[in-house]
Design a protein around this ligand. Structure first.
Ligand SMILES: [Cu+2]
Length: 299
C-alpha cells in the first residue's frame, strides 16, 4: 500500500515542480526580455485565442491526472480485502489496546506479515489518531464512531505506532508497535497466547505489567504526582476522595486499589482529574493481583 502512496505523491510532486519551473522561467525570461531600458513605451496587447485555450486545457489535464492517481489509490486504501484479518482497536488516554477475533487483547499490534489486516478503531474518550508511518497510513479514533484502516505488513519486523492527534498530557507516550511475524509464527502465537491470558508471561516483572498497560503514563513509582497520584506510599494511607460528588476520607487498602483500577470513577483521589478509563476488560485478574502486591511494597 505504501507504494501507492509513494506513486501518488511522486506524480503530484513532479507536476508541481514542472509548473514551478515553467512559471519561474517565464517570469524571469519576460522580465528580462521586456525590461524598461529596451522597451520604454508600454504596448497594448490584445487576447490570443490559441494561448488562452492552451493555458486552460493543459492545467485542466494536469489537475485531472493528479485527481485520477489520488482517486484510484485512495479507493485501494478504503477497500478492505475480503480475506483481511480483523482486529478491534481501542484508543484511550493514553494507551492503545488491540483485540483479536476471540476477545484476546494486547497493548502491541500483533499481525501476520504479508496478510491484509483490517483495524476497526474506536476511542473511549477524546480524539486520537492511529498513525503507522512505515506503512504511510493514519486514521482518526473518534468517540462514538467506528473508523477503519487496513494494511499489509510487507515483511516481519517491528513498526512504530504513534498517536497523531494531540490528546492531552500523556499524548507523547501513546506509543505502541506493530509486531509483524511470519504467518507460521503468528499462527503459533495465536494458539499459545491463551496461556498468557491466564498466566503472567515468564519473567515479566510487575513493573513491566504496569508499563504494558500504560499505567506509568499517569502514575509514578517515586512519589511524584503526574496526572494521577503516585503509587509510592499510597497503600495503607488515609486519603481524601470524591465519591459521587461528595468528599470523604478512606484508607487506601487493597479493596480500594482494586476498585480504582476496575471502576476508577467511583472514588476519585481529591485534586486529580476524573479521566482514568476503567481497566476492567483490560487487565486480567492475575496481573491485577501482581500490580496490587507491587504497590503494597512501594513504601
Ligand atoms: Cu492520543
Amino acid at each position: 500500500m505504501s507504494d501507492k502512496v509513494n506513486e501518488t505523491t511522486l506524480i503530484i510532486l513532479i507536476i508541481c515542480l514542472a509548473l514551478l519551473g515553467l512559471v519561474t522561467f517565464f517570469m524571469i525570461f519576460l522580465a528580462v526580455r521586456y525590461r524598461r531600458k529596451k522597451n520604454p513605451d508600454p504596448e497594448d496587447i490584445s487576447g490570443s485565442l490559441p494561448l488562452e485555450i492552451a493555458w486552460t486545457v493543459i492545467p485542466t489535464i494536469l489537475v485531472f491526472i493528479m485527481f485520477w492517481y489520488g482517486w484510484v489509490n485512495f479507493k485501494v486504501m478504503r477497500t478492505v480485502p475480503e480475506n483481511a484479518f480483523n482486529i478491534n482497536v481501542t484508543a484511550r488516554m493514553w494507551s492503545w489496546s488491540f483485540e483479536y477475533p476471540d476477545g484476546f487483547k494486547t497493548p502491541t499490534l500483533m499481525v501476520p506479515a504479508g496478510k491484509p489486516v483490517n483495524l476497526d478503531i474506536i476511542s473511549e474518550d477524546v480524539l486520537h489518531s492511529l498513525f503507522i508511518p512505515a506503512f504511510k497510513i493514519k486514521e482518526d479514533a473518534v468517540p462514538g464512531m467506528h473508523t477503519r484502516l487496513w494494511f499489509t505488513a510487507p515483511s516481519p519486523g517491528e513498526y512504530t505506532i504513534f498517536c497523531s492527534e494531540y490528546c492531552g498530557q500523556g499524548h507523547s507516550s501513546m506509543l505502541s508497535k506493530v509486531i509483524a511475524m511470519t504467518e507460521d509464527e503468528f499462527a503459533a502465537w495465536y494458539q499459545t497466547r491463551k496461556d498468557e491470558a491466564t498466566g503472567r508471561r515468564a519473567g515479566e516483572e510487575a513493573s513491566q505489567v504496569l508499563k504494558k498497560h500504560g499505567c506509568l503514563d499517569c502514575h509514578t513509582t517515586d512519589g511524584s504526582a503526574l496526572t494521577g497520584p503516585s503509587f509510592k506510599g499510597i497503600y495503607g494511607k488515609k486519603i481524601m476522595v470524591i465519591s459521587s460528588g461528595k468528599e470523604r476520607e478512606l484508607t487506601a487498602d487493597e479493596a480500594y486499589l482494586r476498585k480504582s483500577v476496575l471502576d476508577p470513577d467511583s472514588d476519585i483521589a481529591k485534586g486529580y482529574p476524573d479521566i482514568m478509563p476503567s481497566f476492567k476488560d483490560e487487565i486480567p485478574e492475575n496481573e491485577l493481583k501482581d500490580i496490587i502486591n507491587y504497590i503494597k511494597e512501594l513504601k
